[in-house]
Design a protein around this ligand. Structure first.
Ligand code: GTP
Ligand code: MG
Length: 556
């Protein structure tokens, strides 16, 4: 699904009407527009959630006649699209054009036999298809074509990057390799919709929506699936009886706080997922976290899932990032590369701890792009100024208002290449006054740190909070040392163009080599050795001076 030729930056700038000409994040370009207008985040979400409800997931034999498979399923209705992928077996994702087709398919589907283990009779849209006569039916079949669901190895990526013709194109190559595919995005919405069916047993009007990197345009193949159990629509009374002398209200259980309500809801939904959710394994209820959650693995897709509720601010953060990622193709390319670089060097980790998170790194990259002259993306306050009445969002007293309509945002005049931006990103953060200043994407300006955390990135919506409070000094120091080393490598290459022609990894590829981190440590040691040598020679010269003065003073 690569577009014919990557648009050059000048084209990107000129061809856009607010949103840069680029593939829609996690979707096809045609899919992301309503006429000439770019779809908003809620529109994309609603469309994909509806699509997911017409979709089924089928575990099937790897060797199967695709034609016969589709013919068999099409007895239940028209099929809009389908694809296969591999994960603990072969799976088919089949999207029907009507929701009724699913009921028709479920009508002819049997429950498993009870020979060995007893099955919990929960009927979902996850099926197993077997051959009646495996020996004859599979004998002359080639395995079906499977779509990739994971990224290539870093070593293969480095090789690929070396054959690009500029650092800019290296960044775009990395993004093409790493970003979520259309199929993977569909699968993420499908898993949300399968979990929604479980939660619906308790709350029939609930929805489960993806947030975070699955939908914010910065998702990498293999990233976790953050899910939001949305119960707010239930509270919205559609029609209040305007006539008559009475009000009618539901009697509901009352609890002392919203947090306790979230914990109780997630606790029962977690149990349901654990006991009845087909394919859901390793369910953990992490209810005492700042944001209570249920974590589990969805085995048929391989997704690591985090289910939260009452997390509307995170949903707004996802939309804000979606807007930034859709404005200019350089934003995503830079963020993908910086995230990959950080992961390779262990600056970020999949385990929680004192390291910088992907979310914090993304904020840093956005802040850097706001600081360019002219800025590449607007500040959050500028997006708020463009908001109209329906964009107004206040969540638990926090102002989360900004314009949703991408077409309202004027394209940037900035034409800098990613070669320059990548190098300057490292230089900028290699020399940032972290001790004194905080990063604030609402204002697009450094501000004095309100408290002494080593890294202070103001939460754009809950403004009294620091999103990188977890980061300790030594992790920040590692980031700074690596950023300096990388800025130095890129600047040296710039001076010495010959590196482009030799066989050594160059540009972004050179920054991903493990030797960068070890050079950093060596550089530190080198500096330490140099410093101790300087002190030694200073002491030596003092001794000599002292001795001389003693001699000059005649030993008095
Ligand atoms: P991945 O590392 O690819 O999963 O990136 P991600 O953006 O999905 O991050 P993560 O799964 O850690 O968090 C999901 C979402 O929760 C983020 O996109 C944010 O919207 C929100 N979030 C994560 N960390 C923080 C934080 O420290 N503070 C706040 N306010 N929100 C956060
Ligand atoms: Mg995530």
């Amino acid at each position: 699904c690569r577009p014919p030729g990557r648009p050059r930056l000048s084209q990107v700038r000129l061809s856009s009407t607010g949103a840069a000409a680029q593939r829609a994040p996690g979707g096809e370009e045609a899919d992301s527009k309503v006429g000439t207008r770019k779809k908003t985040f809620p529109e994309v979400q609603a469309e994909r959630l509806e699509q997911a409800q017409r979709t089924v997931l089928i575990n099937c034999p790897a060797k199967i006649s695709e034609k016969k498979f589709l013919k068999y399923l099409s007895h239940h209705g028209k099929i809009n699209s389908h694809y296969f992928y591999e994960s603990y077996g072969t799976y088919a994702v089949v999207e029907f054009s009507e929701k009724d087709s699913i009921a028709s398919l479920q009508d002819v589907t049997r429950t498993p036999g009870v020979e060995e283990e007893c099955a919990v009779p929960f009927k979902s849209r996850l099926f197993t298809l077997t051959l009646k006569n495996p020996s004859t039916q599979a004998a002359d079949q080639a395995p079906v074509h499977c779509h990739k669901q994971s990224t290539i190895l870093v070593s293969d990526l480095v090789q690929k990057l070396c054959s690009a013709d500029s650092v800019s194109n290296q960044l775009y190559t990395l993004m093409d390799e790493y970003q979520l595919t259309e199929e993977n995005t569909k699968l993420r919405f499908l898993v949300c919709s399968l979990i929604q069916e479980i939660a619906c047993a308790y709350f029939p009007e609930c929805t489960v929506k993806p947030f975070g990197s699955s939908v914010n345009t910065f998702g990498k193949l293999g990233c976790d699936l953050d899910m939001f159990l949305d119960l707010d629509e239930i509270g919205r009374s559609p029609t209040r009886a305007k006539t008559g002398p009475f009000y009618m209200e539901y009697q509901m259980k009352r609890v002392p706080s919203q947090r306790i309500a979230s914990q109780r809801i997630l606790s029962v939904i977690g149990d349901c997922i654990d006991n009845f959710g087909p394919g859901c394994v390793g369910v953990q209820k992490i209810l005492n976290a700042r944001c209570p959650l249920v974590r589990f693995s969805h085995q048929p897709t391989g997704f690591q899932c985090d289910l939260t509720t009452n997390n509307r601010v995170a949903m707004r953060s996802s939309e804000l990032l979606y807007i930034y990622g859709s404005l200019d193709s350089r934003v995503r390319a830079l963020v993908f590369s910086v995230r990959c670089w950080a992961r390779v060097h262990g600056i970020t980790s999949t385990i929680p701890g004192p390291w910088i998170t992907n979310f914090s790194l993304t904020m840093m990259a956005l802040f850097f792009l706001q600081k360019r002259t002219p800025p590449i993306i607007p500040t959050l306050d500028q997006l708020k100024d463009l908001a109209d009445a329906e964009d107004k969002h206040v969540v638990e007293g926090h102002d989360c208002t900004f314009a949703s309509n991408l077409n309202k945002i004027k394209p940037t005049e900035n034409t800098e290449t990613l070669d320059v931006l990548l190098s300057d990103f490292f230089e900028y953060f290699g020399n940032f006054a972290f001790k004194k200043n905080s990063i604030n994407i609402r204002k697009g300006k450094e501000q004095n740190k309100p408290e002494p955390s080593p890294l202070y990135i103001q939460n754009p919506f809950e403004q009294a909070l620091n999103i990188s409070k977890n980061v300790n000094q030594s992790q920040l120091d590692r980031f700074v040392a690596l950023a300096r080393e990388c800025a130095w490598i890129l600047q040296q290459e710039d001076k010495d163009n010959s590196s482009l022609s030799n066989s050594q990894p160059w540009g972004l590829a050179a920054l991903l080599l493990p030797s960068v981190a070890s050079n950093c440590v060596k550089g530190k040691k080198r500096k330490r050795v140099q410093a101790s040598e300087r002190i030694k020679s200073l002491l030596d010269s003092l001794k000599i001076n002292n001795a001389n003065s003693l001699v000059n003073n005649g030993g008095k």
